[in-house]
Each structure stands twice: as structure tokens, then as C-alpha cells.
Design a protein around this ligand. Structure first.
Ligand code: PMP
Length: 399
């Protein structure tokens, strides 16, 4: 018989499964609020002007496609570190940080997880409750036991900060704490600057290993403002990990552009850590692809293109905020019993609406409006043409 005869069908990815159902839906009014992708008001995934210009120049230069170094493009890695720590960061000038180009934020998390497993195989990983749906599976696939720390408070629609802090303060030294650096996915609830300082202090007091996941830098307030958590940890003298994703901020989803950054205690230590991280990469995919990282590096290296990118990123941020406001207003116009004002306070691409799994199911079957069963909707998929229909659907299922 076949060697695959006993293979079971794996469960469908919850969000990608939603896409398949959406694509199969023949209603012309259907709306997909499931995926975490930014769409323009025309419902299209944008190709940013800054990216287009950098790609054109690259095409004209027609560079050869030799192998990249294991750690990727040096200019890209430097630019990423400067986005995270700021241009004048002491950590960078002292050589305490390493950055490698990775295959999206997911690839960065996986290389970081694999390296951490080698560094401290007995550690447990703690992720927020709830978290991005891939965090648990990803760290489990690296061999870790993964547990939750309290995060979201449904009653206040904010962060259960006391619960989170108490949990972290009870963990053994060496525990790995995955933190959303900004624009928490899926809830949109972020900590305040002061709360971040307290989290840094707890990590320091307990000897925890923070792993900051930065997938939405620039989507809340701006490049520097959204790096507040990274900057707070940078001042602490702690060693920590950061995964960066440019999927959203450069609208380069399919190019898989990300980076893993590790802050060490010294330049000498950084060299040793880099040598080990390179072994992880070498045995996984050898070295990253050329195009995406080169484009991002070119945009960030040119004053003009960088400004264009920041303007385009601000445009995405502003449009999301407008859609939040419009949704709140349109739900109020439809006289829903509940005040949806909290949607304005949430940050990033998502909103945790508080809709139940049953209500989400009704939106899908009755209206063809697709959302995640947890009630998460992607605000960046709303536009001036579909928002009335979506507000109708939400109002209907709330009745
Ligand atoms: N972390 C979080 C919190 C995310 O939301 C995402 C994806 N949207 C990622 C990591 C992965 O990013 P990428 O698509 O670049 O792999």
C-alpha cells in the first residue's frame, strides 16, 4: 500500500480557509473582512509608488542574481535596524545588535524560534491571549511548549494589564515572552508607553526573554512612535529578539520581506550569536531571495523614496482611521443598541468587534460578509463602496 495510506487530512488554516469560502461565494455584494491585508478604497492591494520606482531602477540596472550571503543584504539589514532602534542608536553603534534578512515576519519568527530552541531547549514560550493565530503553531513546531499570558479584557475592550503583569512576574527565568510591538493582532488593543516601561521592568526583574513581533510598524502613529516598545527594551540592557515584517508597510506580501534582529550584550557576543543564527538559516533555506529586500533597501536608502514611502504609509494609516470613524457613525445611524466608539481606540488593521461566532456565521450566510469567528474584522478591507453594506450586515445580526 502507499506510504501515505494512513495520512490524515490536516485541519484547514482558519483564515486561509475563509478565503477559499469567500472565493467560492458567487454573490456580487460579498465582502472579505477576514484576511489581514490592506486594500485601497478601490478594493485593490496597492503597489506603492516608492516600490514601483525602486523596482524600475532595479530592472534597468539588471543586476545578476547570484546567491546572497546567508544573512541577506547588508544595506537592508542596516536599514531595518535603523527603523527599529533609530538612526542614532547606541546599540547599533556599539555593534550589539545583529539583523538578518528573513522570509517575511513568519520566517523571522521561525528562525528566531529555532535558534532559541538550541539556546535554551527547556524554556517555555508565552503568547498573548489571544494572539496572531500562527504564533502558537510556529513555536510549537520549533519544539516548544506554548502557553498564554492574559492580555485582552473583553469587558473594557482593552488590555488586562494587571493580569498580564502578574502572570509575567510569576514565570521562571529564561521564559520566552512573545509581545506584539504595536497594533496587536487580533484585538487592536495596545499597551500605553508607561505600561511598556513596566513590562520591561518585569522582564528585567524575572530574567525573561522578550520576543517582539513587529508586523505593523507605521500603522498606528508612525515609524518612530510605533517603535516605543523596541526603544523601551533597548534602554534596558536586556537581550531580546525582534521579528520585522514589511508585508503590510511596503505592501510586499508575496515577496516575503522580513528580518530577525537580536540584541546581545556586546559586539563580541553579537558575532558568536550571528554565527549560530546563520547555521539555522543555512540548514533551512540557505539564504534569502534577492528582490524584495533589495527594493526595500533602495527605498530606505534614498531620501526621496523614503519620504514617498512614509507619505504612502501615512495614507494607509489615515484611510484605516477614516474607515474606523465611518463604521462607528454608520452603526450609530442604524441605531444598534451598543456603542461602537471603542473601534476608534483600537490600533492597526484590525478590530475585535465583540461579534459572537454565531453572529459572524450569520453575516456570512445571510450577507456574504466574511469575518473571523472570533469577531475580528479587517478595517483595512472596508471602503467607501462596501461600508454601508457591512454596517447593514452588522446591524442586522445585532438585532
Ligand atoms: N506577526 C503578526 C502579528 C502578523 O499579523 C503577521 C501577518 N500578518 C505576521 C507576524 C507575519 O507576517 P508575514 O506575512 O510577513 O510573514
Amino acid at each position: 500500500s502507499s506510504i501515505f495510506a494512513a495520512v490524515e487530512m490536516a485541519p484547514r488554516d482558519p483564515i486561509l480557509g475563509l478565503n477559499e469560502a469567500f472565493n467560492a461565494d458567487s454573490r456580487s455584494t460579498k465582502v472579505n473582512l477576514g484576511v489581514g491585508v490592506y486594500f485601497t478604497d478601490e478594493g485593490k492591494i496597492p503597489l506603492l509608488g516608492a516600490v514601483k520606482a525602486a523596482e524600475k531602477a532595479r530592472l534597468e540596472a539588471a543586476p545578476a542574481r547570484g546567491y546572497q550571503p546567508i544573512e541577506g543584504l547588508a544595506a537592508y539589514n542596516k536599514a531595518v535596524a535603523e527603523l527599529l532602534f533609530g538612526k542614532d542608536s547606541a546599540l547599533i553603534s556599539e555593534g550589539k545588535t545583529i539583523t538578518i534578512e528573513a522570509l517575511g515576519g513568519t520566517g523571522a519568527l521561525k528562525v528566531g524560534a529555532d535558534y532559541l530552541k538550541r539556546l535554551n531547549p527547556a524554556a517555555k514560550v508565552y503568547i498573548s491571549d489571544p494572539s496572531w493565530e500562527n504564533h502558537r503553531a510556529l513555536f510549537e513546531s520549533a519544539g516548544f511548549t506554548v502557553e498564554n499570558y492574559p492580555y485582552y479584557d473583553a469587558a473594557t475592550r482593552g488590555v488586562n494589564f494587571a493580569g498580564m503583569k502578574a502572570c509575567l512576574a510569576s514565570l521562571p527565568a529564561g521564559s520566552i515572552i512573545v509581545l506584539h510591538a504595536c497594533c496587536h493582532n487580533p484585538t487592536g488593543a495596545d499597551m500605553t508607553d508607561a505600561q511598556w516601561e513596566e513590562i520591561v521592568a518585569v522582564c528585567q526583574a524575572r530574567g525573561l526573554v522578550p520576543f517582539l513581533d513587529m508586523a505593523y510598524q507605521g500603522f498606528a502613529e508612525g515609524i518612530d512612535a510605533d517603535a516605543v516598545a523596541v526603544r523601551a527594551f533597548s534602554k534596558s540592557g536586556l537581550q531580546f529578539f525582534i521579528s520585522s515584517s514589511f508585508s503590510k508597510s511596503f505592501s510586499l506580501y508575496g515577496e516575503r520581506v522580513g528580518a530577525l534582529t537580536i540584541v546581545t550584550a556586546s559586539k563580541e557576543e553579537a558575532g558568536r550569536v550571528m554565527s549560530q543564527v546563520k547555521r539555522v538559516v543555512r540548514t533551512n533555506y540557505s539564504n534569502p531571495p534577492t528582490h524584495g529586500g533589495a527594493v526595500v533597501a533602495a527605498v530606505l536608502a534614498s531620501a526621496e523614496l523614503r519620504q514617498q514611502w512614509e507619505d504612502e504609509l501615512a495614507g494607509m494609516r489615515v484611510r484605516i482611521r477614516e474607515m474606523r470613524k465611518a463604521l462607528v457613525e454608520k452603526l450609530a445611524e442604524r441605531k444598534v443598541a451598543q456603542d461602537f466608539g471603542f473601534v476608534m481606540k483600537q490600533r492597526g488593521m484590525f478590530s475585535y468587534t465583540g461579534l459572537s461566532a454565531e453572529q459572524v456565521e450569520r453575516m456570512k450566510t445571510e450577507f456574504g460578509v466574511y469575518a473571523v469567528s472570533t469577531g475580528r474584522i479587517c478595517i483595512a478591507a472596508l471602503n467607501s463602496k462596501n461600508i454601508d453594506y457591512v454596517a447593514d450586515a452588522i446591524a442586522a445580526v445585532l438585532k
